[in-house]
Design a protein around this ligand. Structure first.
Ligand code: SAM
Ligand code: SF4
Ligand code: SF4
Length: 354
């Protein structure tokens, strides 16, 4: 008689390849571990008051790990931890080691604002985290404070140094906003080069939470490239097969950088990413107005295969192209009004995990 394998996460050869209605596979999962944040970035959390997810709803690490097993069974092989600020979640290395032990995960990364990174970089690396991205929009202390409401640039810079020591290389993300930090496009690139980091410029997006967004504040990819070419000389595109949101470029001296042009030239056609909030709601698009509750089946003790089947059927019906749809609007304003964000914090970027 053949031995019956014990129930557990699917083996690599048992994983299903699930594609949505536009043929896009399910590969990338952004897992938010908290909706709380120690900054108040103008482009993400500009309001005075926020409604937080109830603490008892937040998934425990074992629940997150189980959920990741269900997703890897459907083809996910990349997980990025995010938030809110992920380093506000206590004992994060414990979650990292649970996830790092999964052979199905090819890539395990984290996006952080870097404030607490100098305390945690080494432990995260030891726990098995592969890569770190730090958000850094300015190198000017006063501007940092005006942009985030915290005097914390030094802490972020120490975090970046600690990440470089622990991981070797890292990525930096900068949201470029006209009249705020568009005069730092070149200095941020110089800084990234000196920090052994690859910089990615992000176009300002009209996502939930960006209540001060307007089209005239968006610095387009074309403008970013023009500024860099004027200051640094010719810029060559890096040709590569990838579903990554950033288009990559290279300067003559070899410096590489990326641009995520979600606002003026979105990449929905190849989007293989989805997001799970810290309380287990699954969103198929940054601009989706509703999510799928995965906490309930998890807490009801449903079998992994059953949760996997739910994920598979939902993904197969996916048609989302949120940023492309936004591009067709004539009179473009912030995606969600403040009153709707108060009524439903799941619509916030800091809840969805960016
Ligand atoms: N707190 C962490 C951080 O800031 O890196 C992780 C969460 S944050 C929501 C993830 C990413 O979303 C950050 O790189 C941030 O710059 C980006 N983001 C937030 N609001 C944005 C907006 N309106 N437009 C473009 N990017 C945005
Ligand atoms: Fe800024 Fe990230 Fe916090 Fe949003 S979640 S306010 S982007 S640090
Ligand atoms: Fe993907 Fe939605 Fe972003 Fe388009 S807008 S790239 S479909 S998450």
């Amino acid at each position: 008689m053949r031995a019956v394998p014990p129930p557990g996460p699917p083996r690599l050869d048992e994983r299903r390849r699930v594609a949505d209605r536009l043929g896009r596979p399910l590969r990338n999962l952004r897992l938010s571990v908290t909706d709380r944040c120690n900054l108040r970035c103008q482009y993400c959390m500009p309001e005075e008051e926020y409604v937080w997810l109830p603490r008892e709803d937040l998934l425990h690490f074992e629940e997150m790990s189980r959920l990741v097993d269900a997703f890897t069974g459907c083809g996910v092989d990349k997980v990025r931890l995010t938030g809110g600020e992920p380093l506000l979640r206590r004992d994060l290395p414990t979650l990292v080691s649970l996830l790092a032990a999964k052979p199905a995960l090819r890539d395990l990364a984290m996006t952080t604002n870097g404030i607490l990174l100098s305390d945690h970089a080494k432990a995260l690396k030891q726990a098995g985290l592969h890569r770190v991205t730090v958000s850094l929009d300015t190198l000017q202390p006063d501007r940092f404070k005006a942009l985030t409401r915290q005097n914390a640039l030094d802490a972020v810079l120490s975090g970046i140094r600690a990440a470089r020591d622990a991981f070797g290389r890292l990525k930096l993300d900068a949201v470029v906003i006209r009249g705020v930090n568009d005069d730092e496009i070149v200095s941020l690139l110089d800084f990234a080069r000196s920090a052994n980091a690859e910089l990615r410029y992000i176009e300002y997006m009209d996502v939930g939470g960006a209540t001060h967004w307007s089209m005239d504040k968006v610095v387009s990819r074309t403008e970013i490239l023009d500024q860099i070419a004027r200051a640094c000389g010719p810029v060559e595109p890096v040709v590569e097969e990838s579903s990554a949101p950033a288009d990559r470029f290279r300067l003559r001296d070899g410096t590489a950088f990326g641009i995520i042009s979600s606002t003026t030239d979105p990449f929905c056609r190849s989007c293989d990413r989805s997001r799970v909030t810290a309380d287990g709601m699954w969103y198929l698009c940054l601009y989706a107005s509703a999510g799928i509750d995965l906490r309930r089946p998890l807490r009801d003790g449903r079998a992994l295969a059953e949760i996997g089947a739910l994920i598979e059927s939902v993904w197969q019906a996916r048609t989302d192209r949120g940023a492309e749809t936004r591009l067709t609007l004539r009179d473009r304003r912030p995606f969600v009004p403040v009153s709707a964000l108060r009524a439903n914090p799941h619509l916030e970027m800091h809840t969805r995990g960016g």
